[in-house]
Design a protein around this ligand. Structure first.
Ligand code: NAP
Length: 411
């Protein structure tokens, strides 16, 4: 079994004070495939010290050198692409085809896009009497979730390095295999020691220590709204810059004059993509009254015929949810929808037929959901679609926005 280490100052290291380990579980088999040694605030201190030390030279290196570093990382990524595909499938259950075409592919894509953007940027411009110079901020603390692990990591790491920042990355403890590979790629690409550092550990310990750290200049966080609030609050004391991408409950509005079959098929497919574990999944489907019943029938049929299968097999099926915690949460949400009186028209509680193990959920559709129900408000993060009815455009728009209005009383 693989024991993952931290990558600090260009070296693979264990934690300063060896303590607890965290099992990495394959969600399809429920078997342990690796373990991480959980870091503490002391390991964060070491990683930040390495990043601080590396910053002056890296920040002042010519842009061309930094972009060359990115090109080397990309070449290694492309050569070891299959390893990345399998790592993502193993750690969070994305089926191989999805992992290959989207999840892992996002890595080289972000590097390419960064190289183009950095090449096109006017790093120094004149604005009236002023000279505006874009400079690297300093040490960036990057915290990423498990649902699109490489997409999130590369969308942060590549621009930070292109800008001349040094980084400390804390990936999700549930999806550390892909992050470990990124560190291996960067190690192989011979970036200066300390430019990129990886610390494995929990959000409340390692993530919190990063947000509070006086020598981290910026936090870039992607994850739940709950954790985002903690990052922003904690970072405030040292007046860090903070960027966040948080949770979502996106509405999708379907009007009577649309191509109903196409609109509903696309909605269901997008909602269930990545087993419903995407921040931008359109999980609330608002349908105009006159076509509502037809849309509900169609959505139920599509959900019932959505294949679920082993992520290690090729094909366009849904894989398991990423973890037992996520499985339990989705089951609770389905229970909640039933208790709240939403009409279950496809799927429901438990695993799909034929699955005795693995964190597989049934593609589920609730009809007759309204905004006072918790399932219309909570981010479920599973293959669960909520159908809502509207009669007029302004009602649809009001429903769509209502969820986003923080002043709206929650049930
Ligand atoms: P999460 O529990 O918030 O975790 C995200 C990351 O934050 C993990 O690395 C986590 O560490 C860490 N973390 C947790 N508590 C923290 C704290 N107090 N301080 C600092 N870091 C902390 O979210 P998740 O369940 O992994 O990811 C799913 C969420 O991410 C969903 O809400 C989804 O919508 C959101 N998301 C948003 C976007 C977007 O672009 N808007 C993209 C993808 C995902 P550990 O889990 O390792 O302990």
């Amino acid at each position: 079994m693989k024991a993952l280490q931290h990558y600090i100052g260009g070296c693979w290291v264990g934690p300063v004070a060896p303590g607890s380990t965290y099992p990495v579980i394959n969600p399809a088999s429920e078997e342990q495939v690796a373990e991480i040694q959980m870091a503490s605030a002391a390991d964060v201190d070491l990683a930040v010290a390495a990043a601080v030390l590396a910053f002056p030279a890296f920040a002042t290196a010519p842009l061309a050198e930094r972009l060359d570093s990115l090109r080397r990382i990309k070449a290694i990524f492309v050569r070891r692409f299959d390893e990345m595909v399998h790592a993502i499938t193993t750690e969070m259950g994305a089926p191989l085809d999805l992992s290959r075409k989207s999840q892992a592919a996002a890595g080289p894509d972000h590097i390419d896009a960064t190289i183009v953007a950095a090449g096109n940027l006017d790093w120094e411009t004149r604005m009236g009497e002023s000279n505006v110079v874009y400079e690297p901020i300093g040490v960036c603390g990057l915290i990423t979730p498990w649902n699109w692990p490489i997409n999130q990591i590369m969308a942060k790491v590549a621009p930070a390095l292109a800008a001349g920042c040094t980084v400390v990355l804390k990936p999700s403890e549930q999806a550390p295999l892909s992050a470990q590979l990124v560190a291996e790629f960067i190690d192989e690409a011979r970036l200066p020691a300390g430019v990129f550092n990886l610390v494995h550990g929990s959000g409340p310990t390692v993530g919190h220590a990063m947000s509070a750290h006086p020598h981290i200049d910026m936090m870039s966080f992607t994850g739940s709204t709950r954790a985002g609030v903690d990052v922003a609050r904690t970072a405030a004391d040292s007046i860090k810059r903070v960027t966040q991408e948080l949770g979502g409950k996106s509405p999708n509005i379907v009007f009577a004059d649309s191509d109903l079959e196409k609109a509903i098929t696309e909605s269901v497919r997008r909602c269930f993509n990545n087993t419903g574990q995407s921040c931008n999944a359109p999980t609330r489907l608002l349908v105009e009254d006159t076509v509502y019943d037809a849309a509900a029938q169609l959505a139920a049929r599509l959900a019932e015929s959505t294949p679920v299968g082993d992520p290690a097999s090729p094909g366009r099926h849904l894989g398991p949810l990423a973890s037992r915690m996520q499985f339990d949460k989705v089951q609770k949400c389905i229970e909640m929808g039933i208790a709240e009186g939403a009409r279950l028209i496809a799927g429901g509680l438990g695993r799909p037929t034929g699955f005795a193990r693995g964190f597989y959920a049934r593609p589920t559709v609730f009809a007759d959901v309204h905004n006072q129900m918790q399932i219309a408000r909570e981010e479920i993060f599973g293959p669960v679609l909520c159908l809502m009815r509207f009669k007029a455009l302004d009602e649809a728009v009001a429903h769509a926005h209502e969820h986003l209005d923080p002043s709206h009383p929650r049930p």
